[in-house]
Design a protein. Structure first.
Length: 202
């Protein structure tokens, strides 16, 4: 509470925005200060992925309380903050992956939460890979790639939105009781199901 009061009195443009990317780091800037929001995200990105990382999520102090914060899409800080948030999620998922792999053994693959820049749109997104014939604890991501070698050739389809995939192939996705969220998949969607997902997004 004392720290919140101190931060709220800082001479900032807009409401205070705080980032704690590392246990020894607190970054504060104003919600209306686009240039310094970008700098804050860049500073935080340098510390995300460290073994002592804390969070890639920003919070904003408004009306006496802290709320999750994301710059609006038109802000120059929007994509840097999305990248920061997604890479923070990657760090949490990766720690979970290592622990689950040790528990489950090599008979089950613990999927990797991946983060990628889509060059055509200059937007960051997260994705998981659903492999044919590979029992997987798949992380819940924004998009899904599908990988198969059933014809003797590598076939990759996607990435497609998670919600669209779940709508068609949800019966194959068994939720696991863990945080962050994962689903277990040991069957691969049929070609007709994949075609239906693709059509729904066209």
């Amino acid at each position: 509470m004392v720290l919140s009061e101190v931060i709220s009195r800082l001479p900032l443009r807009g409401d205070p925005v705080a980032l704690v990317p590392h246990r020894d780091t607190l970054i504060v800037t104003g919600s209306e200060d686009g240039a310094n929001l970008v700098k804050a995200a860049e500073m935080a990105l340098q510390q995300i992925g460290d073994t002592q990382s804390v969070s890639g999520r920003a919070i904003c102090f408004r009306s006496g309380a802290w709320y999750a914060f994301m710059p609006p899409p038109e802000s120059p800080a929007h994509e840097p903050f999305r990248e920061l948030g997604l890479k923070g999620q990657w760090g949490i998922y990766d720690l979970q992956r290592l622990a689950l792999q040790a528990l489950e053994g090599e008979q089950t693959f613990i999927g990797i939460f991946e983060v990628k820049l889509w060059k055509e749109t200059s937007r960051w997104f997260s994705y998981a890979v659903w492999g044919d014939g590979i029992p997987t604890w798949m992380p819940v991501a924004e998009k899904v790639y599908f990988f198969s070698e059933r014809t003797g050739q590598k076939v990759i389809r996607g990435p497609w939105e998670w919600d669209a995939v779940q709508k068609v192939a949800g019966a194959l996705m068994q939720p696991k009781d863990c945080v962050p969220a994962r689903v277990f998949v040991d069957r691969f969607p049929t070609d007709d199901m994949l075609d239906e997902i693709e059509r729904s997004l066209s």
